[in-house]
Write a protein that binds this ligand. Structure first.
Ligand SMILES: CC(C)(COP(=O)(O)OP(=O)(O)OC[C@H]1O[C@@H](n2cnc3c(N)ncnc32)[C@H](O)[C@@H]1OP(=O)(O)O)[C@@H](O)C(=O)NCCC(=O)NCCS
Length: 184
């Protein structure tokens, strides 16, 4: 089947692409988390760039990211906060997730011109991100709760990963992380 990877800015998503995204996310999360909302997906921060992977006419995978200046120690860092990483069940285990991540990482660097990619995930998927070149950082993290967008969550130990963008991952500064908003 023909595979096509496409980068789309959030405001340029067509009605057809929005419907395809809704179908992809609802196929995975509707029963546990309700309907997908493009402006606040499950309470998380929305993407301002989307990488869409089509297999023929089917939307088979997605990665989203949002530009945001966060605080790390005393440094202000421009990250591509990454979320909505999802491969349709039918297409998993074929390397598609890795290809979509690489495409997103190129866009973080060349289109969004962010310093680093940034994401949080469950422990079990850390090897997936590591295989796409992401590295774990260990720090106390402060963010707003996706449940109400106002209460502050301070966590330590939940996996946080970064990737090189315009700056090399080895330059990530030490210090506590303040996301200055909800996570992605
Ligand atoms: C996680 C997910 C995106 C992986 O997509 P995929 O297309 O199946 O992954 P790939 O085939 O590209 O796998 C690339 C590598 O990651 C590893 N990997 C894939 N899924 C993994 C998982 N769930 N846990 C750990 N490693 C995984 C593969 O073994 C492979 O390793 P290799 O490079 O050493 O061969 C997909 O399973 C998915 O959409 N899951 C549900 C949503 C989700 O959990 N998203 C992450 C939210 S943080």
């Amino acid at each position: 089947m023909n595979e096509a990877l496409k980068l789309q800015r959030h405001e340029d998503l067509s009605m057809k692409e929005l419907a395809a995204l809704e179908e992809l996310f609802d196929s995975e999360y509707l029963s546990d988390y309700g309907c997908w909302n493009p402006e606040a997906p499950y309470g998380y921060s929305p993407a301002d760039f989307h990488v869409l992977a089509f297999q023929g006419s089917v939307l088979a995978a997605h990665v989203g990211f949002q530009r945001r200046v966060i605080l790390v120690g005393t440094d202000e860092i421009l990250v591509a906060g990454t979320g909505g990483v999802l491969v349709h069940q039918r297409f998993r285990g074929t390397g598609l997730g890795g290809r979509v991540m690489r495409h997103a990482q190129k866009a973080m660097r060349e289109e969004a011109e962010t310093d680093f990619g940034f994401l949080g995930c469950r422990m079990e998927v850390v090897p997936f991100y590591e295989s796409a070149g992401w590295v774990q950082v260990h720090a106390t993290e402060r963010c707003l709760s996706p449940s109400d967008q106002t209460s502050v969550i301070v966590s330590q130990g939940a996996p946080t990963l970064i990737c090189s963008s315009t700056r090399d991952a080895s330059e990530w500064p030490n210090g506590d992380i303040d996301l200055r908003g909800t996570p992605w």
